[in-house]
Ligand binder design. Structure first.
Ligand SMILES: Nc1ncnc2c1ncn2[C@@H]1O[C@H](COP(=O)(O)OP(=O)(O)OP(=O)(O)O)[C@@H](O)[C@H]1O
Length: 583
């Protein structure tokens, strides 16, 4: 796939600003190239014994002014170009995040958090680096090298110039090659530090487990190994750095050797003056850094392009779950659900997770789904909420195919409490009112009351403003679950789905939550997935899932009469003192 360059379009978009930055940088580089001229004048005066105090003061003033000029134009150019590159960084990172927000949750099942972080941080930084140091160093190197070499060749000696610049491409190549190795080894150092950090972090977090299983020795050994690995990685980096420094000093030294030896000969036979010899060597010293920088730039461009391709590939990924092109932006979902011969397999999976499901849930009624672990309960919820795409013509809300309903409407109409209750590191109130709609304090309190967590919250000193997360308090499993339930109940939804989300609350609280909902929401349709028969026995309709199929259906009473799987579950839980349906 052809990847458009982020930097190229950025350069086109900000061409005038970049031109201005280039002009500032060019002035600074041209000023730098004046220094050898002053030194030439100085040396020629010394050689001719014509150096006076006035000339010396004049030269000192010129050099000082030039120095200020260089500092001013270089830093202005730098600020200008670096500032533009930060705009690019912000834009790329924003488009990446905007894209990720659009991606369905199934996309995240295939991603590792570390990779996503690396794209958002490292890849974006590398692209910014091309627009930042890449452009800055290229402009500077181009002007300094071209002007210095031409000046050396024309104004001093063309053969001497050709001779001394001969080893310099070797310096560019060496910088490029060694930089690759240095980066590789720096990454290993980072990884080693990462391992060390996570070992310490895991040790601290799991200290209770470590102590209770007497694993201190094992942990010490693990730390020793990671610590040693870190030292080794650092030693290798030091070795590469030292080798690079030694070889580059050798190449630069060779250029100076040629310059001093053959330049000295030219001074001795009167071809060039002492001043020209001094100026020549000063030009040479001005060339070294840009020549080395070219190697860095090639490397930056190479890595930046790899990041460009990676990010373009991410941004070109179409979300699997999205609105159909002809979907109408209107209507609401009232709550009647109809499922017609639904079979479903997860993408990239050969197993059929749902088989021939037929089901109707009238508006305002309750459906309970029970079944063994892995029988397809969550999968059914996943396709009902279009977390995954069901086949067309299989799921209907109020008679409309799910594909005819905008995702926004569907999400607004369906309040879901998922199995894993994730809370953000903000306040309890913000966690409950986590919705595009605006909710008042009363709404938040009402939802908390309904989910039976209100009394817990008001016992905290900051009540609903209590912060959660790393710097806040930690809630118990049951409290977390109930805050998560409150987040769903605050919505003006017409369908509520509880995916095994009452498991961490005791039976009595569960009863209160369900009772409260029943009283308040007789218009809404509810779907409860549960392993506990006690949670669902009052449901209008109960289905028992078995290997992706509906194995049994009915009410609590009718299912008990069937003497099938449901009855066995019930008996196990009622008389076997088990809360969880076993395999
Ligand atoms: N993202 C996925 N990709 C592929 N297969 C999946 C995925 N999620 C679930 N499955 C498979 O689909 C089948 C049904 O899983 P599902 O999560 O729906 O079961 P469940 O009845 O909800 O189980 P539990 O009671 O443990 O929540 C299982 O075989 C499971 O391995």
């Amino acid at each position: 796939m052809k990847s458009e360059s982020f930097v190229k379009s950025h350069l086109i978009r900000y061409k005038w600003q970049y031109l201005f930055g280039t002009i500032l940088l060019s002035i600074s580089s041209l000023l730098q190239l004046q220094i050898p001229k002053f030194l030439e004048t100085f040396a020629d005066h010394v050689e001719a014994s014509t150096l006076t105090q006035t000339i010396l003061i004049q030269l000192a003033i010129y050099i000082t002014l030039i120095g200020f000029g260089i500092a001013f134009f270089r830093s202005s150019g730098r600020i200008f170009i670096f500032r533009l590159s930060r705009i690019l960084e912000k834009k790329v990172r924003r488009s990446l995040f905007t894209h990720w927000v659009k991606m369905p949750s199934q996309y995240y099942n295939k991603q590792r958090i570390g990779d996503l972080m690396s794209h958002a941080i490292n890849d974006v930084n590398l692209i910014r680096d091309v627009a930042m140091r890449g452009i800055f160093l290229t402009i500077e190197a181009f002007i300094l090298i071209t002007v210095a070499v031409i000046t050396m060749a024309i104004t001093i000696n063309v053969w001497l110039t050709l001779l001394v610049i001969l080893p310099l491409p070797g310096l560019t190549y060496l910088t490029y090659k060694f930089r690759l190795q240095i980066q590789e080894r720096s990454t290993k150092v980072q990884e080693a530090i990462g391992h060390l950090t996570s070992t310490v972090q895991e040790f601290c977090s799991g200290i209770r487990v470590v102590k209770s299983y007497s694993q201190e020795n094992h942990e010490r050994q693990r730390f020793k190994r990671d610590n040693q690995h870190n030292v080794k990685a650092n030693q290798q980096l030091i070795l590469t750095n030292s080798m690079f420094n030694s070889i580059s000093i050798g190449i630069v030294g060779l250029s100076y050797l040629l310059s001093i030896f053959f330049g000295g000969l030219l001074v001795m036979n009167g071809t060039i003056s002492l001043g020209e010899f001094v100026a020549f060597n000063t030009y040479l010293s001005l060339l070294i850094a840009p020549v080395e920088n070219l190697g860095k730039v090639i490397n930056t461009l190479q890595r930046g392009w790899a990041s460009n391709i990676r990010l373009r590939n991410i941004l070109n990924t179409e979300p699997e779950v999205k609105d159909e092109s002809m979907v109408q932006e209107d209507g609401e979902v009232h709550g009647e659900i109809h499922i017609e011969n639904l079979s479903f397999s997860y993408p990239e999976s050969n197993e059929v997770a749902l088989k021939n499901i037929h089901l109707t849930v009238p508006r305002g009624s309750s459906l309970a789904i029970v079944g063994r672990v892995g029988s397809g309960k969550t999968t059914l919820i996943n396709v009902l909420t279009r977390m995954y795409n069901p086949p067309k013509g299989t799921i209907f809300y109020d008679g409309r195919d799910i594909y005819e309903i905008p995702l926004k409407t569907l999400r607004k109409s369906v309040g879901i409490v998922p199995q894993e209750n994730f809370l953000f590191s903000s306040t309890i109130a913000k966690n409950i009112a986590f919705d595009p709609e605006h909710y008042s304090r009363e709404d938040v309190a009402e939802a908390a009351k309904l989910s039976q967590v209100y009394n817990n919250i008001i016992e905290f000193p900051k009540k609903f403003d209590t912060p959660l997360g790393e710097r806040g308090i930690s809630l118990s499993g049951g409290q977390r679950q109930r805050v998560s339930i409150a987040r769903s109940l605050i919505k003006e939804a017409s369908i509520f789905i509880f995916d095994d989300s009452l498991s961490a609350v005791d039976g009595e609280t569960e009863e209160k939550i369900l009772q409260g909902m029943k009283e308040k929401m007789n218009e809404q349709t509810t779907i409860i997935v549960s392993h506990r028969i006690s949670s669902i026995k009052h449901a209008d309709q109960i289905i028992v899932m078995e290997e992706g199929r509906i194995a049994e259906r009915g009410t609590h009473e009718s299912l008990l009469k069937e003497k099938g799987l449901y009855r066995r579950m019930y008996e196990k839980q009622t008389f076997g003192h088990e809360n969880i349906i076993g395999d």
